[in-house]
Ligand binder design. Structure first.
Ligand code: TXA
Ligand code: MG
Length: 338
């Protein structure tokens, strides 16, 4: 199958909606990362998502809707606390896990009795869902284990030949996948940190952090969010996180990076770096936008290692830390302890 990257004109969005109605897959832009979407009620199309990505069958998908009232098609009535989260953060990068309706095919939820729902803010995907008339099941549009795609060409590079269209909505504004939460009674459990930060969630209610966010998951361990079990976001190169005061981190990287390695830099290229320079950015916002593209660039440069300063645990940096711990398989050089 030939894969085309389409500009998001209304005509092209209609074309993509028709393809979805015929049971095909479409690459979609969102404010977080690009998704690989299918009609969530079309079991065979949803199976094709798992096949195209090489995704484990026990890892459930997020259903994307374009208006809160569409929630009724998939989930039981949300609790008051879940409603407060919805009112505060939708549309936007927050996914809420809710008790599912029986009509949702079990291939979408990997047999769980809950369904993850997200109302993205990206206008192209909202319009696409409106034209299609059904919710879209969509994981990130990368091959399983690889960094998530933040540009249409990333989707093309990973999945060409497996879908007719990718709608090009430009580079993703946030660059990291949505925050995923579950609500039980008065408690919000954070399953995956993202653009809606822990601090923002705490303004709405009490929040518990899932232990899988900052710790490895052991084989056979029961997890609240199956995605946490798997190797993730990893380029071919070994990612090394260096933790400590900025000056010491810079010095460590300067002394250790070889010519064949990549260095994620927070500032301008100085010219005296030994490793190959990748622009990461100075603020967590810029770093989130550049992270996955940078990891993909490191692969293109055939880097042996990728050196990155270890992010702190607050704000959007918690999401960066979560992705980087997994991308590095928890390889952290701790200069504070040394
Ligand atoms: O920003 C995003 O969320 C992107 C864009 C495309 O919307 N999507 C995305 O999907 O990141 P994916 O499949 O790569 O990650 C979904 C995560 C996985 O870790 C999965 O295990 C978890 O959400 N998840 C899905 N359904 C769940 C459920 N019912 N209970 C707990 N976790 C669930
Ligand atoms: Mg993913």
């Amino acid at each position: 199958m030939k894969t085309q990257i389409l500009l998001p004109t209304d005509e092209n969005i209609q074309k993509a909606a028709e393809a979805l109605k015929e049971g095909k897959l479409v690459g979609i832009p969102t404010e977080t990362v690009y998704g690989l979407s299918a009609n969530s009620f079309d079991e065979s199309a949803v199976h094709d998502i798992f096949k195209a990505k090489g995704r484990e069958a026990d890892n459930p998908l997020i259903v994307h809707i374009h208006t809160p009232s569409m929630l009724e098609d998939f989930a039981e009535k949300p609790s008051n606390l879940a409603m407060r989260l919805i009112e505060r953060f939708w549309p936007g990068p927050l996914t809420i896990v809710l008790p599912k309706k029986k009509t949702v095919p079990s291939v979408v939820t990997a047999g769980m009795d809950t369904v993850a729902i997200r109302f993205p803010s990206h206008p192209v995907t909202r319009r696409l869902i409106e034209c299609a008339g059904f919710g879209l099941a969509a994981p990130s549009a990368n091959l399983s284990g690889k960094p998530s795609p933040t540009r249409a060409e990333h989707v093309y590079n990973d999945l060409k030949g497996k879908l007719p269209y990718i709608l090009d909505g430009g580079p993703c504004q946030i660059g990291l996948e949505s925050t995923v939460v579950k609500v039980d009674g008065d408690l919000i459990t954070l399953l995956r940190p993202g653009g809606i930060t822990l601090e923002m969630l705490r303004e709405v209610g009490e929040v518990k952090l899932s232990s899988a966010i900052l710790n490895p998951v052991n084989l056979g361990q029961k997890v609240e969010s199956p995605g946490m079990k798997y190797k993730h976001y990893a380029p071919k190169a070994q990612v090394i996180l260096v933790k400590g005061e900025k000056r010491k981190v810079d010095e460590y990287i300067k002394n250790h990076a070889k010519k064949s390695d990549c260095v994620f830099s927070q500032g301008k290229k100085r010219g005296d770096e030994k490793g190959q320079y990748i622009l990461y950015g100075a603020t967590p916002r810029e770093q989130a936008q550049n992270l996955f593209d940078g990891l993909r660039r490191a692969d293109k440069l055939n880097a042996g290692r990728v050196y990155i300063a270890c992010p702190p645990k607050d704000g959007l940096s918690l999401a960066l830390l979560n992705r980087l711990l997994r991308a590095s398989a928890f390889h952290v050089v701790d200069l504070i302890k040394e």
